[in-house]
Design a protein around this ligand. Structure first.
Ligand SMILES: *Cc1c(COP(=O)(O)O)cnc(C)c1O
Length: 418
């Protein structure tokens, strides 16, 4: 988003306030060009090897986003059978989807097999069961490399106490199961968590996977998961993709020579592809001055954007209605009946009641983590695509709140005796 002729615009010319006007607030807005830019950057950084990007769709699963991401040439990383089905619905072929479940039932795994998608197994118990029933169905094994990395404990998944993956120390056991059942391990996978900054952490992890790979002779790909950090603040640091690309590419080619076959290198970014593409537009209901703080209270809360409260995530806030007013200090809060602070003591251009504020980096894990808490409606979603804004999900209505509820016959008005 940039200022043009005194107005905030997206995609070079789509007026952000017009979107708020037309579709109302709160509303999530996605700029597809930014998703494309991020994808291209990643592909560029890793040219010279066979690269496949699987979009980790839990970040944002609107069906239009999935279709566009399919069109770019990416595959899909799914973490639930429902995501698998959304992916198929959006047009991904079964073998373009890698299903990476954790602690799901064997029935759900069997459903994935019947849908024909690729499967990533992350525990010994399922591996044994699977090998007995489906020895001919090639699989990927999720390795836990035991590295501590990631933005915070909730999104750090590769450390020793993590519930994810099969410990690299248990790989001899995996080999024995593979030998006993004759199952085909076509891929090895590792995902250390979100927000890794350091290329070295990535490279250390890569060595662990390379080392493990030597014990499996039918591999066709290695999947390095994700964890690319995107900048949330103006001076925020991000993973240096170009630097990482150079280093990994070189080492990967070397490894393929050692292994004796050209493998595909896979990544599964969620945040990296869609975070910056998203904006969350809200209206200021109340400006409230207390003895120490000026609050800007908006028509949303942790029901729509929970990352600040759940992960202490930083989302930059700008006032779309006052592109060039003088800045003041505000604490931006929601309308939920518990403390739901979006940002403390933020410098924002002077806010008046009715002003439209915008949270940045609202593409990943934002709409997707929204709820009906306080019986509020989930927001609308708008996609800016080819220079135009399109509604891609309507705001919920009162009927949605009642939709799956079953009113008991005995409690219907005429039968309730007080
Ligand atoms: C969540 C997740 C990702 C994506 O992580 P980001 O930080 O959004 O890039 C990738 N792979 C797996 C297995 C995941 O669970």
């Amino acid at each position: 988003m940039e200022i043009k002729n005194g107005q905030y615009v997206l995609n070079g010319g789509v007026n952000a306030l017009d979107i708020a006007d037309e579709y109302g607030c709160p509303v999530y807005v996605y700029d597809f060009e930014i998703i494309q830019r991020q994808y291209d950057r990643l592909v560029d950084a890793f040219k010279g090897i066979d690269l496949k990007i699987n979009y980790a769709c839990k970040a944002l699963t609107n069906i239009n986003i999935l279709k566009l991401i399919k069109k770019m040439g990416a595959g899909l990383d799914a973490v639930s059978i429902q995501e698998v089905r959304l992916g198929l619905h959006a047009g991904f072929l079964p073998d373009e989807i890698l299903y990476t479940p954790n602690c799901v039932s064997f029935e759900e795994i069997e459903e994935a097999v019947s849908l024909g998608v690729k499967l990533n197994i992350d525990n010994i118990s399922i591996l044994e069961q699977f090998g007995q029933v489906y020895p001919d169905y090639p699989i990927c094994v999720r390795v836990n490399p035991h590295i501590m990395a990631g933005g915070n404990s909730k999104i750090s998944t590769g450390h020793i106490d993590s519930k994810f993956g099969i410990s690299m120390y248990q790989l001899p056991l995996v080999e024995r199961i593979v030998q006993a059942t004759g199952m085909i391990v076509e891929g090895l996978h590792m995902h250390t968590g979100s927000e890794i900054l350091d290329s070295e952490v990535f490279l250390n992890g890569a060595e662990i996977l390379f080392n493990a790979a030597k014990s499996f002779d039918q591999l066709t790909y290695l999947d390095f998961g994700s964890g690319f950090k995107v900048p949330y603040k103006d001076d925020g640091i991000e993973t240096d993709i170009e630097d990482l690309g150079k280093k990994i590419t070189k080492r990967f080619r070397q490894f393929c020579t050692e292994y004796g076959r050209d493998l595909t290198l896979k990544f599964e970014p969620g945040k990296y592809l869609v975070s910056e593409a998203g904006y969350f537009l809200v209206k200021t209901n109340v400006v409230k001055q207390t003895t120490s703080t000026v609050f800007a209270g908006v028509d949303s809360g942790l029901n729509h954007l929970i990352r600040p409260m759940f992960y202490d995530a930083y989302h930059k806030v700008i006032n779309l209605s006052k592109p060039d007013a003088k800045s003041r200090i505000y604490t931006v809060v929601g309308y939920i009946c518990e403390t739901d602070t979006f940002g403390i003591n933020r410098k924002i251009s002077e806010i008046q009641e009715g002003d439209i504020l915008c949270f940045k980096n609202a593409g990943a894990y934002c709409y997707q983590m929204s709820s009906n808490y306080n019986s509020r409606f989930r927001p609308a979603e708008v996609l800016v695509y080819q220079g135009k804004a399109h509604l891609i999900r309507q705001r919920e209505t009162f009927e949605d709140l009642l939709k799956n509820q079953i009113e008991l016959e005995v409690l219907r008005a005429e039968s309730v005796k007080v």
